[in-house]
Each structure stands twice: as C-alpha cells, then as structure tokens.
Design a protein around this ligand. Sequence first.
Ligand code: PEP
Ligand code: MG
Length: 397
Amino acid sequence: VTDVGGKTSHTAIVARSLDIPAVVGARSASQLIRQDDWIIIDGDAGVVLVSPSPIILAEYGFKQRQAEVERERLSRLRHTPAVTLDGQKVELLSNIEMPEDAVSALGVGSVGVGLFRSEFLFMGRQGHLPDEEAQYQAYRRAVDGMNGLPVTIRTVDVGADKPLDDTRHEASHLNPALGLRAIRWCLADPAMFLTQLRAILRAAAHGQVNLLIPMLAHGSEIRQTLALIDQARQELDRRGVAYGPVRLGAMIEIPAAALCLRLFLKHFDFLSIGTNDLFQYMYAADRTNPLVSDRYDPLSPPTLRALQTIQKACADTGTPVSICGELAGRPLEAFALIVLGFTRLSAPAGGVGPVKRMILSADLSAARRGMAVLLGSSAGSVRGEIESLARKLNVAV
Ligand code: PEP
Ligand code: MG
C-alpha cells in the first residue's frame, strides 16, 4: 500500500508482475494505518480495509478462494491458441521485469516476451551498474527460460519513477518524466549504452531476440541509436565474440513519434506502443500522481483514435505492431484494442488468461461497426459504451 502512484506507475507494475496485491495512490494511508494493524488489501477494487471485522474477514476469505478457482479455470486455457470466434489469431505475449519472470510467462501460456524491462537490472545497486557479462547472463537466462520463444529486450529506461539511486540520474528535476530518461540517458552515456547493446547482441546468439528502444522522438535520436548498434557489433567482431541477429523495434510512447510514424516505419522492423507513457503525455497527466493519473480514461476517443492511426500505418506497410502498456492486460481494454485491429498484445502474466478468455468469446466483425461510431464521439470516455457493446455481443470482459 503506497501513498503515491497510479495504476501504471512502476510500483504497481512490479507488484503486478510479482503477483502481489497492491493499492497505490492511497494518499494518507501511511498515516492512518498503524504498526500491527490487520489490513485487507483488495487490489482489484483498489480498497484497503483496516482492522476488518470477523464478518468482513470471512467474506474476503471466500473471495480469495473464488479467485483461486477462477485462476485454476483460466490456467486450463494455457495451451489454447488465442483466436476470436471469427478466426482472428491474436498473439498474447508477456511483460517481464526480471529473467526469472520467464517462468510465469510460460506458465500462463504466453507465446513470447513482448517487453523485458531491462532497467530493473540497473536499479537498487547504489550506482554500480551491471557490467557486460552480468547483463549478458541475465538476458541469456530470459532467452533460455523462454525455450525458443521470442524475447523482446527493451534497452534501459531509467528516469521518472524508475530512478537509479546514484547521482548520474537527476531525479530531482521538476519534471522527471520529461527529463533525461530512457534513450535520452543512453545517448548521453554512450559507453554505458554500448555495454548493454553488446550484452543483448550476445544473448541473441542463443535464441530469438528483438531489440526494443524506448522513448524515441525524432530522427537524430534514431540515427545515433542505429550508429551505436553498429558500433556494438563492430566491437564484438574485433573481440571475436559471438553474437546473433536481432529484429529492431521502437517504442511509440511520445506523441511526436506517433505523429511522424513514417520515420519510424522506415528504420524499424516492428513497433511497440507504450500506452502508459503515450497517454500520460497526450493528457499531460503524470501517471504516478494519484491526483491526476485517473483524470483521463484510456478508453477515450482521442486515445483510441491515436491507436487506430498507428495501427493503420503499420498495417499499410506490413509492419508488426504490438501494445505493451498495462491496458493490454485488461479484458475490456484489450477488447477495444483487438476491435481496432491489433493482433499482438503484451501484458503482465496475470492478464494473459483473462484476455485470452475474452478473445475466445469475441466476434470482431460484429464489434467493428459499433467501435467506428464511438471513435467519432466527443465524450470524455467511451468505457460504458464499449462495455455495453461487449455485453451485447456476449464477450467475456
Ligand atoms: C509504457 O510506457 O506503456 C511502457 C510499456 O513502458 P513503461 O511502463 O516501462 O514506461
Ligand atoms: Mg514507457
């Protein structure tokens, strides 16, 4: 239970991936809850109950058992391919934070890792960054752990609510989410970035690796990044160290990038949309600030139209595109995404089963007409309408 944060802040993301119930952004919880209080954390409802009565405790015990039964039921879908009723195949991938998370990704039946957030290897080390060998071993563990399925390794994205705890990273700036984060930090410290690139290229000798670059906004960053990837290959050649081929992808998570897709389509093999950031920047609402993070709905006409534009541009050029923000792991939101035409979703492991069940019950051709009307709406949110559409079509959201 944390006082600060929002649904897509990294504390929530890590808790989700560790399967730990969490409530974030509870504002004054740390003052209201005392040491040794009994509490119930209802992460689904976003509720914390302090000193619950025996009746409430019993009720939550029942809910907990029901959740176990539900989980067991979903786990039976593990080996069922995710295909809609009208035959659209959807690739369901997992987001992981540590190499060991490959176990849960496979356990829920993911067909690969769509986002390995490598920054967690860099954090909490008092500034002693992992060297090439340590990183290579970690990436290789993830690749080996996925038994031949593809692993998308994202280069380090520290900054904002993922600070490195050393002076290299200036978390104290007034707007850290708009600061020297992700690729900007990497380009400012090429030696550090080259170390990571070499480690990822070496891991690619052991399985299918996709290399994903976060927070790119414009051409000069793309050119510098590509040059550094070339340089990393040359350095490995000089040392005579084995490395493998990678498919190169860019995250679309800055509005400017979403508005100059041609540039990205020209240079990259695939795109991955980071809706957590894309929407916080579109709405200028800090994803970690509980006072504003819920002010917009990811199911709003502007966000859905932005996603539709990206999907169409990728479809027109035959470029694979995935969505790796947290919304890909929520059945109702994922329903909207597949209706928009997305066929690759990367979600926290816990979201894969519920989203697969939704996909198995959905008929996209019937839903598309309804969605087209909603995209033209000027309402602040179309969540209720999408939910009604799903219910009318008996989709398991
Ligand atoms: C995103 O921004 O949607 C994303 C997947 O990256 P992160 O949550 O790590 O910023
Ligand atoms: Mg992001």
